[in-house]
Structure formats: structure tokens, C-alpha cells
Write a protein of this length. Structure first.
Ligand code: NZQ
Ligand code: ZN
Length: 380
């Protein structure tokens, strides 16, 4: 393993009823004004909004609402939130939702503290923010694991870039699996696949057993939910796997890849597609290209994650069987397998997507722009 320093400052409150039990006393540590940030309104239909507002009122907090954070949050939305936070002297941002709300709020928290444009500061001057409005997260859909890291994925619409920005790391995160019961099944599966993707993107940098355990758990629990959608055990294991895959622990001591994510993010910049569903289309196609550069890693994946019997198979055949097992699983769980199924318009400029994608080299080999375009075309 490479040398490492590890710290994760987010305090996690996991399980049923956690918000009711702990949020009130937690709020005592912060000032009077709380920004309540959320998405398109799901929390108003499932009772989560009423529960949180009740707790905030009971604690005598002044609530500043920041609603309407869209999936694949935009940089314009970040600026709207930062202005609102600054004008209202917000003491705590409470992000209630999925990765989109959490990501947007991480950057709002940082942008509200500096006059300079954060995108320029981070991408041109290569400086990371150091001052933040405190942030707390209440997770309502699992998958991204955004709640335990300080990375955000933000779409800059004018620049046509969906890229990473560094923002606040939450002081605390509530993970109540029962909050996810109202999430449409399509999004539940998409989120869980995102978790599997995070584990794979980390694994192919350097395979290890912690990663394999998370992957097997995600695969098994997706299958459980497809036959028993309210199963609490499966939902709680997926909720925790989601945090585990992106809280830094699986990445310890290794180089990671995230090439599939880089491609999907740029596809998202051009099409606003669903994150997990975009990954599902790209993964098998990408891996068919990467596999020849390191068959041993893919052969291990086939055996230890998909349980494929190596008997009578060459390393190459075993590796290929692993990637095809992944492709078959994607089909089995009803995720899209082509851009057409994903709803990507046929006239999408895939060359522009390829040309603007960040190329990584953490997996088996670094792709060329030409091969990247081939991959995108094969996804059609
Ligand atoms: O907006 P509302 O009405 O709340 O509806 C949301 C949204 O439409 C709905 N939803 C959430 N909780 C619900 C619910 N519907 C019913 N009941 C509930 N309890 O779910 C939809 C999707 O929400 P979103 O937050 O967009 O999903 P997700 O958590 O998958 O986040 C996706 C974003 O996170 C980024 C992605 O790129 C994408 O922009 N990522 C962030 C990462 C990070 N910071 O670590 C890592 C990931 O790789 C990813 O890139
Ligand atoms: Zn992801």
C-alpha cells in the first residue's frame, strides 16, 4: 500500500429515527439562522420537510429556504444559494436530499465566504477554498456517497463542463434508510449502481478484498430490493455501502481511476442524463477496451465479485466473462445498456464529449481521445 494520512470528520448518524432523536440537540451548536436546502419537492411529499421544519422551529431557528436544487446541479444554482446565504448571514446549511443537493450546498458553503468566483479560483488559480459555512446533510436517496466527502460535481452550463469543485465537508450526516422508501425504484437502482461504479473505479486501480466485499454486498442487495422493495436490511446495507465507497476508506493507499465517471460527467454536461444510468451504459464498453491491458485484474474481478469458476478458462477468457457478467447484471436490473435506451439524443456531439473528457490513467491504461470517441460511439 502507498503511504497515507486518513481523516474523515463527518459524524454519521445512521438508522431509523435518527433525525428525530439527534438533530435538535445538534442544532444547539450552531447559530440562529439555518439554510434549509432541498431539491424539487420530494421532501414535501414524504413528510421529511415537515419533520425537519418542526425540529428547527422547536429549537427557535430562523429558517432560510433554498429550494429547487436540480439533479446535476448547475453553477448558476450554486451562485443563487451563495448570494442567499451571504445576504441572510446563514450560520448552518442543512442539505436535505441526494448527491445533487449535497454537492450544491458544499460549494454554496465555500462560495458564500469568498468574493472571487470559485470556479476560476479552483480551476484557473488551482486554489482550494479554506473558509466555509458549516454544513450538515440529511440523506434521502443513497448512491453517491457525497455526504462523507468534500468533493462536488457541478455543471457549468455556459462552459459545457460537468466537473469537480472542492467545497465544505459536512460536520454531520444523517443516514436514515427509511427516508429512501419514497424514492422511485428506477432512481434507487441507479443510485445503487453508482455505488458499484465507485467501488469498481477504485478496485481497478489496485484490487483488494474490502472493495470486493462492498461490490458483492451492493450486487446482492440490489437483487433483494428488486423482489422486496421495502426490505430494511437491504436498504440499510446499500445506504452504508454508498457512504463507504466514497468516504475515502476504499481508496486508502492506492491510485484510483474514475475514467468511467469522467466520461459520464461530460456526457451529462451535454445531455443532462441521469448519473447512475449513464455509468451503466459506459462501464461494460469501457472495460472491454481496458481489459487487454490488465487481464489479471479483470480475471480476479470475475472470480471474486461475480463468482465465476476459473476451471478450464484462460486468464483472458475469465477476464472477459467478468465484464460480460457485469453487462448481464446491468440488463437484469433494468438499467439502460445503450445511449438510445438512456435517451441520449442521436445528434449529441460525441466528439465534443470525447474532447472535453478528463483522461485518467489510474486503471489499466490511459485512453487516447480517438479510443474514447470509439467507446462513445460503441455506446450508441
Ligand atoms: O429533487 P427531489 O424532488 O428531491 O427529487 C430527487 C431527484 O429527482 C429524488 N429524490 C431524492 N430523495 C427522494 C427522492 N424522491 C423521492 N423520495 C426521496 N426520498 O431523486 C432524484 C435524484 O436526486 P439526485 O440528488 O440528483 O441523485 P443522486 O443522489 O444520484 O445525485 C446525483 C448527483 O451527484 C453527483 C452526480 O454527478 C449527480 O450530479 N455525484 C456526486 C458525487 C460526490 N459528491 O461524491 C459522486 C458521484 O460519483 C456523483 O458524480
Ligand atoms: Zn458516481
Amino acid at each position: 500500500m502507498n503511504n497515507f494520512l486518513f481523516e474523515n470528520k463527518t459524524k454519521v448518524y445512521f438508522g431509523k429515527g435518527g433525525v428525530k432523536e439527534y438533530l435538535g440537540c445538534l442544532l444547539e451548536h450552531y447559530g440562529d439562522t439555518v439554510m434549509l436546502a432541498y431539491g424539487g419537492g420530494s421532501i414535501k411529499h414524504n413528510g421529511v420537510y415537515d419533520e425537519i421544519v418542526g425540529i428547527l422551529n422547536a429549537e427557535g431557528k430562523r429558517i432560510v429556504e433554498f429550494p429547487g436544487i436540480m439533479p446535476n446541479p448547475t453553477y448558476a444554482k450554486v451562485q443563487e444559494g451563495a448570494k442567499l446565504a451571504r445576504e441572510n448571514h446563514v450560520d448552518l446549511i442543512l442539505a436535505v436530499g441526494g448527491g445533487s443537493v449535497s454537492d450544491c450546498c458544499k460549494v454554496v458553503s465555500a462560495q458564500a465566504k469568498v468574493d472571487e468566483d470559485l470556479w476560476e479560483l479552483e480551476n484557473t488559480k488551482r486554489t482550494r477554498p479554506t473558509a466555509f459555512i458549516p454544513l450538515g446533510t440529511i440523506v434521502t436517496v443513497f448512491g453517491t456517497g457525497s455526504e462523507m466527502n468534500n468533493g462536488a460535481v457541478i455543471t457549468h452550463e455556459e462552459k459545457k463542463i460537468k466537473g469537480a469543485l472542492w467545497g465544505a465537508q459536512a460536520d454531520f450526516a444523517f443516514l436514515d434508510p427509511t427516508y429512501t422508501l419514497s424514492v422511485p425504484m428506477k432512481q434507487v437502482i441507479s443510485g445503487a449502481f453508482d455505488t458499484l461504479s465507485h467501488a469498481m473505479e477504485t478496485y481497478f486501480g489496485k484490487p483488494d478484498e474490502n472493495n470486493e466485499a462492498v461490490m458483492r454486498s451492493v450486487i446482492r442487495n440490489i437483487r433483494v430490493l428488486l423482489t422486496d422493495k421495502d426490505n430494511y436490511e437491504a436498504r440499510s446495507e446499500l445506504t452504508w455501502a454508498s457512504a463507504m465507497a466514497e468516504n475515502g476508506i476504499l481508496k486508502i493507499g492506492k491510485v484510483t481511476d474514475f475514467q468511467c465517471h469522467m466520461i459520464e460527467h461530460q456526457l451529462g454536461a451535454y445531455t443532462n442524463c441521469n448519473h447512475g444510468a449513464g455509468l451503466a451504459v459506459i462501464h461494460p464498453v469501457l472495460y472491454r477496451h481496458l481489459l487487454p491491458a490488465n487481464t489479471a485484474r479483470f480475471a480476479r474481478f470475475a472470480q471474486n465479485v461475480w463468482g465465476i469458476d476459473p476451471a478450464g478458462k484462460s486468464e483472458l477468457k475469465l477476464a472477459q466473462a467478468g465484464v460480460e457478467a457485469l453487462a448481464a447484471f446491468i440488463k437484469e436490473i433494468g438499467m439502460p445498456t445503450t445511449f438510445a435506451e438512456l435517451g441520449v439524443p442521436a445528434d449529441t456531439d460525441l466528439k465534443a464529449v470525447a474532447d472535453s473528457t478528463v483522461l485518467t490513467g489510474g486503471c489499466c491504461k490511459k485512453l487516447s481521445r480517438e479510443e474514447l470517441l470509439d467507446i462513445l460511439n460503441e455506446c450508441k
